[in-house]
Design a binder for this molecule. Sequence first.
Ligand SMILES: Cc1ncc(COP(=O)(O)O)c(C=O)c1O
Length: 384
Amino acid sequence: MPFLSGMQGAYEAPPILWERVRTHAAAYTGNTPYLLCDLAVISRKLERFRAALPRVAPYYAMKANPDLRVLRHLAAKGVNFEVASIHELDQLQRVGVDPAGVIFSNPIKPRAAIAEAFKRGVTTMAVDDLDEIEKIGTVSRDIRFYLRLETSNTGSDWPLTGKFGASTAEALEIIEYCARHRLGLTGLTFHVGSQCRNLDNWHTGIEGARLIFARMEAAGITPTLLNLGGGFPIQHTRPMPTIEEIGRTVDRALGTLPDKVRVIAEPGRYLAGDSCWMVTRVVGTATRKGRRWIYLDVGAFTGLTETLEHFDYEVFTDRTGPLAPMTVAGPSCDTADVLFQEKMLPQDLQAGDLAYIPNAGAYTICYASTFNGFPLPEMVMLEG
Ligand SMILES: Cc1ncc(COP(=O)(O)O)c(C=O)c1O
């Protein structure tokens, strides 16, 4: 039985079967590291999302995995999209997505990007500050926008607070300004933090939106959109709420909102995260001050970037020897390129061995660089 480090077992959707990954890697003639993707996992996750959150239309946050094959797959299933840049919009248009169904959720955008997106048909965008609203106003008064509110990110593995999000006081000022100038404020959004483990964050976010909606109504603005953002987690190395648990919490909270409010969300990691395994090879081993080090050909700069903020991954190998705590590092010369401390791995792991890292479908290749001359991992589709 091959070794599974820290395996929790409770996957949301059956991931690509471990044996299929090994079989693929054994026959694969390309280079490591590579990302092995199963689009069928994305289909199952989408079905599950829709069943658990029937009132919520998914707009895939393509920043999680912008591979054209993933985009085409989701577009064919009627999913809409969220973009952060014109380049993302270009990619969507390459696979035939109509910009009219796309939202632009980056709260701070270059004026040229606002104008270009609007020219192509994107009419709905995020804001979180009066400066941005004024900027949008210089492009067109026909652009609709939803206001991003700050909300609790407590218990999220990848918090997103601080950089974006209006406080309640700022939101009230924005509402008053939009009402006075008859600008296109139509709704609200928030982000509970990526890989959110805390159900309360959705409740708090929706309750906060309900209170701000009431202030919009009082100012004469009719709210028609609530965007729940992303944050829906995959089953990973720590216990996570399931999408059904999140669905029940969201549904209860949405019950307090007027029916005229259309509800959407921007799942990224949830749809793409567990569709891929990173297949990598041990390039070397070392013993430093009595501790064992393993160097992989994938690192923090070549795909496992989230490890820089201590995002954990499981590591599977084919070895069955006794386990020992190891420091696992990437291939570059940068000392920041250390992936895991105290990872329990087989002591007989050697240079040339394969290692397999699940849940690598989101925020990996698209986050990577060719720093130190290491090429980006290729994304390979699992057939059949
Ligand atoms: C505006 C916005 N929406 C959606 C997402 C996707 O979040 P997740 O991958 O946690 O679903 C992000 C992630 O950074 C984001 O910034």
